[in-house]
Ligand binder design. Structure first.
Ligand SMILES: O=P(O)(O)OC[C@H]1O[C@](O)(COP(=O)(O)O)[C@@H](O)[C@@H]1O
Length: 339
């Protein structure tokens, strides 16, 4: 185990008031986002878009680390620099999404499991040579009146623990992402129960797989009512419910918790992180963001695949990232949205 290297990396990832930029959309997910924005879904456009992100001026003042996809870590920027080196040159820790997506879980109708463990040890050593110092694996938990089942939670949390152990053996920090989806009509309370059950199972599996908790980052969902739940809750309720759940489930040895945005609006994701810091100024772990859509979406929409829009898109990306960094200090206000 490369404990010191893992600890050094988690410190860099959680430094200051910064957060992670998730820019690791798989090809299907990125193409879906591009199609919605009217952008051609080609490798060259995905490369141009990631070039726009990585070359955003001052991005490093708000972003400590960035998650790349397998496609991106093997590409070079338009200036011919490997993406991981371009990030490192800006003081941003490069990371890599290593899961290979979700498939139907056999015997569990409507439920999914994430794949990618076979051959992962070999892939991790290649990613290390390509410059990755942390990795990410996303488990997807779906809620409806009948699911999730215990069997689905067990399969996903066990896979997350196996992935984390393989990462640490390679000297790479695992970002562990159990995502309870916001899709559906379920209540905040139902989301809390499922999230809590999943987190407790996850930390048991991490313990059983001898994962060093000092060398991981947890990337959970916030506790929220589903998008179509008739009862929406205010930010204080969401903040209290989320933090109390995390305090119950996440050991103090974990260096950091970095939320995914999960389809919340950029403003909601920022305001809710801010409320958590205002209500809980002292927590056992760093509490920050690891957003994809909530940081990227305004920039992607502004860019729309046109070179003449790059500067405006980069300004929007930097603006969103810096608002989330301000939220990590509990100093964000809605007025800042207009600046
Ligand atoms: O393409 P995938 O592997 O489904 O992942 C989709 C996205 O989900 C995330 O885990 C969270 O993204 P959001 O913040 O947009 O919810 C990102 O890291 C990733 O880009």
């Amino acid at each position: 185990m490369k404990t010191q290297e893992l600890t050094d990396t988690t410190k860099a990832m959680m430094a200051g008031d910064k957060g992670l930029l998730a820019m690791d959309e798989s090809i299907p997910t990125c193409n879906k986002r591009f199609a919605e924005a009217g952008i051609p879904q080609t490798e060259e456009y995905r490369r141009a878009y990631r070039d726009l992100i990585v070359n955003t001026p001052n991005l490093e003042t708000a972003i400590s680390a960035a998650i790349l996809s397998d496609e991106t870590i093997r590409q070079q920027t338009l200036a011919g620099v490997p993406f991981a080196d371009a990030l490192k040159n800006k003081g941003i820790v490069p990371g890599i999404k290593v899961d290979q997506g979700t498939v139907a879980l056999a015997g569990f109708p409507g439920e999914k499991v994430t794949e990618g463990l076979d051959g992962l040890r070999q892939r991790m050593s290649e990613y290390y040579t390509l410059g990755a110092r942390f990795a990410k694996w996303r488990a997807v938990i779906i809620i409806n009146e009948h699911i999730p089942s215990g069997g689905c939670l067990e399969a996903n949390m066990h896979a997350l623990a196996r992935y984390a152990a393989i990462c640490q053996e390679a000297g790479i920090v695992p970002v562990v992402e159990p995502e309870v989806l916001m899709d559906g009509t379920h209540t905040l309370e139902r989301c809390r129960k499922v999230t809590q059950e999943g987190l407790l199972m996850l930390f048991t599996e991490l313990h059983n797989q001898r994962v060093d908790l000092h060398g991981i980052i947890l990337k959970p969902n916030m506790i929220l009512p589903a998008k179509d739940c008739p009862v929406q809750e205010d930010d204080e309720i969401i903040a209290h419910t989320t933090i109390k759940c995390l305090l119950r489930c996440v050991p103090a040895s974990v260096p950091g918790v970095a939320f995914l945005s999960g389809g919340q609006s950029p403003q909601q994701a920022t305001a809710r992180l801010n409320t958590m810091h205002k209500l809980y100024p002292s927590l056992p772990w760093a509490l920050t963001f690891s957003y994809a859509r909530a940081v990227q979406q305004p920039a992607m929409d502004l860019w729309a695949g046109k070179p003449e829009n790059i500067a405006a898109a980069q300004q929007a990306l930097y603006h969103r990232a810096s608002l989330n960094s301000t939220a990590r200090r509990g100093k964000y206000t809605e007025e800042m949205e207009k600046s």
